[in-house]
Ligand binder design. Sequence first.
Ligand code: 0PR
Length: 371
Amino acid sequence: MQSPVAERGPQSFDRVLSSMCTEPHPAARRAAERFLTTNPGDPATYTAIAELEHDAVAGLATVTGLTDAVDAETPTALAAHGYVTSGGTESNLQAVRSARDRAETAATATHDPVVVAPESAHFSFHKAASVLGVELRTVPTDDDGRADVDAAAAALDDDAVLLVGVAGTTEYGRVDPIPALADLAVDAGVPLHVDAAWGGFHLPFSGHDWGFDVPGVATVTVDPHKVGRAAVPAGGLLAREREALDALAIDTPYLETASQASLTGTRSGAGVASAAAALDHLWRDGYRREYERAMDLANWLADELAGRGLGVVDPELPLVAFDLPAATFEAVRERGWRLSRTGAGEARVVVMPHVSRESLSAFLADLDDLL
Ligand code: 0PR
């Protein structure tokens, strides 16, 4: 072995500008450590973490508007409407799987299930399509990077089992017109899945219509381990109808609980506990303050970049994509900045909780030096 683990530390977040991971909230970090050895996949044995998962799901239900959509339910009952996944990829895959399997039992069942999604959808939908044997039919986005509603309408045929909308795209932070997509989905008789893996903790404060408040939204992905400031891996999947979760349940004959809806068997209790702790500490004012801080910073950065003559995509959520000559991009990375590019080649800065005015000023100073 090259160097002992004890001599290595995780890398600092100082120069990380394109990641959707961040420094967990201190309470989330403590909770993760306390529950490291627990397995929420076996709730009858690990009862304390099972209870914390109920709290986390109830918290995520509030974030996504499900609490208002599902009448008079206690937090425990809400637990049947979701679970803490191991990230957005699992949530998206499970949403596709649930829709596929529920369509299979319908009178109008198709042998060639199709999922319709904007081309801006995260690559996890391509993984889901490959694993689940469904066709992913991607439709163009408009000039602003949002799902083209007419194109989505044209793509929905009798084989469609699910329509996907993205609320906070990975590349540009764009929010699709969720109410219009939901209308389409209702007309076509398919559920709408909203991928708010990254955007979900900003959207309650941004004025968008995106969650369960929108009729027709059937399932939502929202990840505590991104903007939610929980530890990795803590994703979230929520469903308006319990039946969407039931469709995922597999019998578990030798466990004390009868069935399991999660994709993985053993799961991270650290992720679950940290999600519950982060939600407990930050919902709602903490997340609102972070949205306002990050959005101000994104707008400031966009102005600074435009002031330097660079083409900037106007930020809708705290994510700034901007033109940067390829040679400068490489030189910036050589100075230690962890920056990535969109498919079209723009550099992207994701204003996560660890990204500060100081770090962005240092980044701009390096840019000035290089340009
Ligand atoms: N949906 C959306 C909208 C996403 O942005 C992502 C991940 C996912 C789903 C999948 O989530 P998981 O990665 O939790 O399964 N978006 C980031 C990306 O692909 C993930 C990421 C995070 C990448 C941290 C780099 C990084 O350092 O860019």
